[in-house]
Design a protein around this ligand. Structure first.
Ligand SMILES: Nc1ncnc2c1ncn2[C@@H]1O[C@H](COP(=O)(O)OP(=O)(O)OP(=O)(O)O)[C@@H](O)[C@H]1O
Length: 263
C-alpha cells in the first residue's frame, strides 16, 4: 500500500507543529523518521496512521482517503505501534498479541489457523515466545516492547508504522529488531520507524526522513540525509564517522553550542 501525504499541517494551542509536509511511502521500503525531541515525529506518524486529523492537507492510501477505504480495511492493511505502547498490564502476552488479529476476525469467532500462525510467527520474530503465558505487567520494559511489537507484526499489515520501537531493547535486540524490519520491508511491506539511534537509522534504513521543527529538512538515502550540516541544524550535534565491512556509520560525538550549530 502506498501512503501519500500532501500539504500536511497541524497546530496545537495555536502553535504550528507540522507544516508543508509532503511525503510518499512505498511498499518494500524501510524508512527511518528522525528528528530532535518535539520535532513532530509522533504527530506525523499518527496523522499517517489516520489516528489524528490534520488541520490542512490530505493523506491518501493507494490513492483513496481513509473514509472511502473504511476503518476495518485500513486496520487490516496498516499496523501502528504507539510510542511507549498501550500497556494492558493484567493481560497475558498471548492475548495482547492476539489483539493484532482483531481486524481480521469475525466478532466472537475463535482464532483461525491463520490467526494462530500469525501470532506464533510474530512471537518468534521478536524472540518473545518465552513470554506468551506471562502478564504484561510482569515483563521488563524491553520484554514488554518486544511483545507489543509482536502484536503489531501479528496484523500482517502491508504497512507498519512504529513509533520508537527500540526503546528499552538491549543492543542485541535492537540490532535484531532493525534486521527484522529490513526483512519485512524486503518481503514487500512498507515500514516506517521513528528512531533516535542515528547509527542504526543510517545502517539499516533504505531512506531517512529528517524532521526539524515540524518541517522536512531532508528526505533521501541515509548517507545524504546524515550530513554534517543537517545533523548540526536538526540535532545540534557533531558526529564521528567510520567504516566497517564496507558500511559507513555515524556516532553522535559532541553537542554543539548554538553558535556552532547555526554556522
Ligand atoms: N496534544 C497536544 N497538545 C499540545 N501540544 C502537543 C500535543 N501533542 C504534541 N504536542 C507538541 O507538539 C510537538 C511535537 O510533538 P511530537 O510528539 O510529535 O514530537 P516528537 O518528534 O515525536 O518528539 P519525541 O522525540 O520527544 O518523541 C511537541 O512540542 C509537543 O509538545
Amino acid at each position: 500500500m502506498r501512503i501519500e501525504a500532501n500539504g500536511i499541517a497541524i497546530a496545537f494551542d495555536g502553535k504550528p507543529i507540522l507544516s508543508g509536509i509532503d511525503l510518499a511511502l512505498r511498499p518494500g521500503e524501510l524508512v527511518g523518521l528522525i528528528g530532535a525531541n518535539g520535532a513532530g515525529k509522533t504527530t506525523l506518524l499518527r496523522i499517517l496512521a489516520d489516528l489524528l486529523p490534520p488541520a490542512a492537507g490530505t493523506v491518501l492510501y493507494d490513492g483513496k482517503p481513509a473514509r472511502t477505504l473504511g476503518r476495518r480495511a485500513l486496520a487490516q492493511r496498516l499496523a501502528f505501534l504507539a510510542q511507549g505502547g498501550s500497556v494492558q498490564w493484567q493481560m497475558r502476552a498471548e492475548a495482547v498479541v492476539a489483539l493484532g488479529r482483531l481486524p481480521h476476525r469475525r466478532p466472537f469467532a475463535d482464532l483461525t489457523e491463520a490467526d494462530r500462525a500469525a501470532i506464533s510467527n510474530a512471537f518468534a520474530a521478536t524472540d518473545a515466545s518465552a513470554f506468551r503465558e506471562r502478564s504484561l505487567g510482569s515483563l521488563s520494559g524491553g520484554e514488554r516492547m518486544r511483545v507489543l511489537l509482536a502484536r503489531a507484526l501479528a496484523v500482517e499489515a502491508e504497512m507498519l508504522l512504529a513509533d520508537e520501537p527500540l526503546v528499552g531493547l538491549d543492543p542485541r535486540h535492537q540490532l535484531e529488531a532493525m534486521a527484522l524490519f529490513r526483512r519485512i520491508a524486503a518481503a514487500g511491506t512498507g515500514v516506517v520507524v521513528v528512531l533516535h539511534d542515528l547509527s542504526l537509522a543510517g545502517r539499516f534504513c533504505d531512506r531517512l526522513v529528517l524532521l526539524e521543527s515540524g518541517r522536512i529538512l531532508a528526505d533521501g538515502p541515509p548517507a545524504t540525509v546524515l550530513d554534517d550540516d543537517n545533523l548540526a541544524r536538526a540535532f545540534g550535534i557533531a558526529v564521528a564517522r567510520g567504516k566497517r565491512g564496507g558500511e559507513d556509520f555515524v556516532l553522535p560525538w559532541q553537542a554543539l553550542t548554538n553558535e556552532e550549530a547555526s554556522r
